[in-house]
Design a protein around this ligand. Structure first.
Ligand code: HEM
Length: 188
């Protein structure tokens, strides 16, 4: 009798304290052959399987801006693409590099399967927030409005799934990448 009673108490404690944690666990993990993406409420983190590329993406509700940090093991360029139709086509690409202490950040569009060109834009939507080239790594932090009007821009909406591309090149100018990959992510 006491045994059953104790079991019931144990079960009650389990439901009361453990279940809410399980049900409210917000972390989501997406994996593919290129790496792992972890979404934890306000922040999404992609880590490439090679360990050579990291993307941290956050949404600032107040300013309606996405804040993105990308870090790649190169003194050349690092790049991130939002969406695509095939290969690199129709991807909205942000590429950056640091050369002689100066940072270059470009906003481009995948105009062909293996081709991208600068977006002719009235306003500079991609804003550089921070950057560094150190010990063989390049780091760039930028902001991008969640919504930009125009067919070259992807709509970024919290909770939405979008495929991202990443790449890093050995040189500053944009020659073919030495590493690249893609993964569908859920936007924070
Ligand atoms: C001058 C610049 C670039 C050239 C010449 C180029 C060329 C190519 C070529 C020839 C391929 C197919 C062969 C392969 O898989 O390696 C490819 C694939 C790919 N590229 Fe690029 N690329 C360039 C820039 C970029 C940038 C900036 C990104 C990302 C932001 C990117 C992302 C990718 C991805 C993800 C794939 C694999 C596509 C798939 O397998 O579905 N590339 N690129």
């Amino acid at each position: 009798m006491t045994k059953i009673f104790n079991r019931r108490i144990a079960l009650f404690i389990l439901i009361l304290f453990v279940l809410p944690f399980i049900l409210t666990a917000k972390e989501k993990v997406l994996k593919n052959k290129y790496g792992t993406y972890t979404l934890d409420k306000e922040k999404g983190v992609f880590q490439s399987k090679t360990g050579n590329f990291t993307i941290v993406i956050e949404y600032n509700k107040k300013s309606d801006l996405y804040i993105v940090e990308m870090k790649g093991k190169t003194t050349g360029y690092i790049a991130l693409g939002f969406g695509r139709s095939k290969e690199m086509k129709d991807s909205e690409i942000i590429l950056g590099y640091v050369k002689n202490g100066e940072t270059f950040l470009l906003h481009e569009y995948g105009t062909g399967l293996y081709r991208h060109e600068p977006i002719q834009e009235k306003e500079k939507y991609i804003k550089l927030l921070n950057s560094e080239e150190k010990d063989g790594w390049t780091f760039i932090k930028f902001s991008r409005p969640a919504r930009i009007k125009g067919e070259k821009y992807k709509i970024l909406q919290s909770g939405q799934t979008i495929e991202i591309l990443y790449s890093l090149g050995a040189a500053d100018a944009f020659k073919k990448h030495m590493e690249r990959g893609y993964i569908p992510i859920i936007l924070p």
